[in-house]
Design a protein around this ligand. Structure first.
Ligand code: PLP
Length: 374
């Protein structure tokens, strides 16, 4: 049987041909394809201001800088995410202040935010984990009450909806990733959707060398900007993907629903929250019952691999990495993030998968856990 990875991008022939055309066009860096991609993304999120970047990591860094966040400032963020979410806070010189997440939704627990707010707090940087939106009412109520900026890490959540509204179509600043593992790709890439179009010039400067163009071609540099502009090749891939995104996400939802029907193990795993129709199912990640089985997570992953099935780990708790321990965080600080970090396994879920593939994963996991029962 073919190896089933935990994720794989789907590129259609039309997109591949489009890339060939871009390569032949002679315009490779940011040009007409980038403009078209940003226009298409903006339409997708209801006409908001949108800028593309070489990665979501770059986009998040620019978002923090655009908010004027730097040394002496604090940013509240979940203890469970990809390293980029917290690293960018350090990269602009600010301090990440972690909060624990909910065991089922894996999203930061909004009830824990307020006790972390200090006079230095400038922003909240939540993650819509696995494509399940955080409680946007609770989040933005807090942000308004304490006059905080919100930078949403929506790397998993393009096409997700909160109470019928698309993530990125509202909210302060929203960051998407188009890394090949995400729900759509531009090879590498990311984007910001932001509420306040007056921030556009500043974001453009931070994205590209701080350059400002004046009359008659005059050029000035006003800030030590970065260099995060997307290539036209990447943008062409993104354009092809964006057209297919809603279809991709519909297939992800169907596969996730099938997992909920067929993923039954003894001992049982703790399944992620089901969410509603607005969930874009970036991944399906149960928690292994490590206390009641004789094997480790590593063993489980090896045994799945031996059956031709790829399994990922998303993610170890952030605060237990050396970088964050050095800031004073330690084991025991965020029990849910730590438990998820220890027990989570990401099972295959991507649009080109079939229901039979899901069935195969369910059977393999059930066998392995049954054989490993204490
Ligand atoms: C992938 C990811 C990022 C970073 O995205 P890049 O485009 O690879 O820079 C940030 N946050 C989360 C939650 C991610 O999953």
């Amino acid at each position: 049987m073919d190896y089933l990875p935990f994720t794989r991008p789907t590129l259609d022939e039309e997109t591949i041909q489009g890339v060939v055309d871009v390569l032949r066009s002679g315009w490779l860096a940011s040009g007409p394809q980038v403009a078209a991609f940003e226009q298409a993304l903006s339409s997708y999120v209801g006409g908001r201001a949108v800028r593309s970047f070489t990665s979501a990591t770059g986009a998040l860094e620019v978002a923090l800088q655009a908010c004027g966040i730097g040394p002496g400032d604090e940013v509240i963020t979940p203890a469970l995410s990809f390293a980029a979410t917290a690293n960018v806070i350090l990269r602009v010189g600010a301090k990440p202040v972690f909060v624990d997440v909910d065991l089922a939704t894996r999203n930061l627990d909004c009830n824990l935010i307020e006790q972390k707010i200090t006079p230095r707090t400038r922003a909240i940087l939540p993650v819509h984990f696995a494509g399940l939106p955080v409680d946007m009412d609770a989040l933005y109520d807090l942000a308004r009450k304490h006059k905080l900026r919100v930078i949403e890490d929506a790397a998993h959540a393009i096409g997700s909806h909160w109470q019928g509204k698309k993530i990125g179509s509202f909210g302060d600043i929203v960051s998407f990733s188009f890394h090949p593992n995400k729900n759509m790709t531009s090879l590498e890439g990311g984007a910001l959707s932001f509420a306040n179009a007056d921030e556009l010039p500043r974001i453009d400067q931070l994205r590209f060398h701080g350059i400002v163009r004046g009359a008659e071609g005059a050029m000035d540099v006003v800030v030590a900007g970065g260099k995060y502009n997307l290539t036209d090749v990447a943008a062409r891939v993104g354009l092809g993907q964006l057209k297919q995104l809603d279809g991709f996400n519909a297939q992800r939802r169907a596969l996730a629903a099938y997992y909920f029907e067929h993923f039954h193990t003894d001992p049982p795993c703790l399944l992620p929250a089901r969410g509603d129709a607005g969930h874009s199912w970036h991944m399906f990640a149960p928690l292994l019952p490590l206390d009641t089985i004789k094997i480790s997570r590593h063993d489980f992953i090896q045994k799945m691999h031996a059956r031709g099935i790829g399994v990922g780990v998303h993610y170890p708790a952030l605060h237990l990495f050396s970088l964050y321990r050095a800031l004073g965080y330690s084991t025991g600080d965020f029990p849910n993030a730590e438990r998820i970090g220890r027990e989570t396994v990401t099972l295959p879920l991507f649009p080109a998968m079939s229901l039979a593939d899901v069935e195969r994963v369910c059977v393999a996991a059930a066998q392995i856990l049954r054989d490993a029962k204490k």
